[in-house]
Design a protein around this ligand. Structure first.
Ligand code: GDP
Length: 369
């Protein structure tokens, strides 16, 4: 049983214990011939992409291989977790291949959003992370927004090349690929005529009409995202599904907001001002006095301050404190990867403490909206 079998679709090493990870297949599927992983099986039989994950080193190795191909790269990021899902080292690995930055989940922002301004914001942020992009595309994979332009631009840049889709987990990569399969490739015909086995290890090739492929790559797991640290059951609270209804709090210094028991914001110093919370509508926010906050957490984390429940809380790293200074000037977001962001209007300036599970990325950035 020690011989390592490979998927005859994508070439990945097969395994039967971790469904969300690369190379998984159910035990009984080992009997099938040819043996293919569940991800290839789904694409082949249902035209359906599914998310699988891979660790950082393997991910970087995989990106390096893309750099050696002549290809177009679609980098998909989650607008709700922009700074948490951007692959900041991307440029080093993709070589001279053009990168289209696809910003998914725009359905979460109000329809009145100034999309040009948002596009400029995205462009500036990408530049700051050293990513050269040929275009920014705002889409919602789930609600089918922005796909005409996406398909146009993929067509413009692709020429006669493969399209690699890369992203972190939960950004909507499979949802996007499933749309591309629908809109783009004549799967019915292709699957019967294309020679199945892919040639690149652990990437799934989805045939296009011209003999080229959309290549689905595994999602990278970034543990600096709160969404990667919590139990699956809690994702429903963290990941917004509908248009965000920002909650505005007028706070005096010495007040605290709890976001379930996932995070806490202390307004330590500054004039009375408003804080606008862009978090999932399902996230309970609890306001209290800063000097009562520690005690409240001690007594009520996991019940009044929930989710997560007490049991699940025990599996999340303990909190650490980040002190942030919001300078007077323009509006600033306090961004907490996977939770969302808190917009400070910047008129007053403030000192803020954010408490989050150790490892979660906390930054300030120019306000998104
Ligand atoms: P993957 O892990 O990147 O392949 O992501 P999935 O396609 O599995 O999607 C992750 C989560 O994001 C799921 O809960 C999707 O329903 C959700 N999602 C995907 N696209 C969108 C979108 O355009 N808007 C919203 N609100 N949610 C989306």
């Amino acid at each position: 049983n020690e011989t390592i079998q490979q998927c005859s679709g994508c070439g990945v090493k097969l395994q039967t214990d971790k469904p969300a990870e690369l190379g998984y297949l159910p035990q009984q599927a080992l009997e099938r011939t040819p043996v293919i992983c569940q991800r290839c099986f789904r694409i082949k039989n249902y035209n359906e992409a599914m998310s699988v994950t891979m660790n950082n080193d393997d991910f970087l190795r995989m990106l390096g291989r893309i750099g050696q191909e002549d290809a177009v790269v679609i980098h998909i990021v989650d607008l709700f977790d922009f700074d948490g899902s951007l692959i900041s080292g991307l440029q080093r690995f993709v070589g001279n291949n053009p990168v289209l930055l696809v910003v998914n989940k725009i359905d979460l922002l109000p329809k009145s959003t100034n999309w040009n301004r948002l596009t400029n914001w995205v462009q500036r942020q990408a530049k700051e992370h050293g990513i050269r992009i040929v275009d920014v595309l705002l889409v919602s994979a789930k609600r089918n927004l922005g796909f005409e332009r996406l398909l146009d631009q993929v067509g413009n840049y692709r020429g006669n090349r493969d399209v690699y889709v890369v992203g972190a987990t939960n950004v909507g990569k499979s949802t996007l690929i499933n749309r591309l399969i629908n809109d783009y490739s004549d799967m019915e015909r292709e699957l019967t005529t294309s020679r199945y086995p892919g040639t690149t290890l652990d990437m799934v090739n989805i045939p296009l009409d011209d003999g080229k492929h959309i290549v689905d790559t595994p999602g990278i797991v970034y543990t600096h995202r709160l969404t990667e640290l919590v139990a699956r059951e809690d994702l429903g609270t963290l990941l917004p599904d509908k248009e965000l209804k920002p909650k505005v709090y007028q706070l005096n210094d010495g007040q605290t907001l709890f976001f379930g028991a996932f995070a806490r914001m202390d307004f330590v110093e500054g004039e009375r001002q408003s804080f606008t919370c862009y978090v999932s509508n399902a996230m309970p926010i609890h306001r209290t006095k800063l000097d009562r906050a520690d005690e409240l957490y001690e007594q009520h984390a996991g019940d009044m301050l929930a989710p997560p429940t007490k049991e699940r809380l025990a599996d999340i790293p303990a909190w650490t404190k980040h002190q942030l200074r919001i300078n007077r000037g323009s509006a600033t977001d306090v961004f907490v990867s996977g939770l969302g962001w808190i917009r400070c209007n910047g008129k007053e300036g403030a000192i803020i403490n954010i408490h989050v599970p150790k490892g979660v990325k906390v930054i300030t950035r120019p306000a998104l909206i």
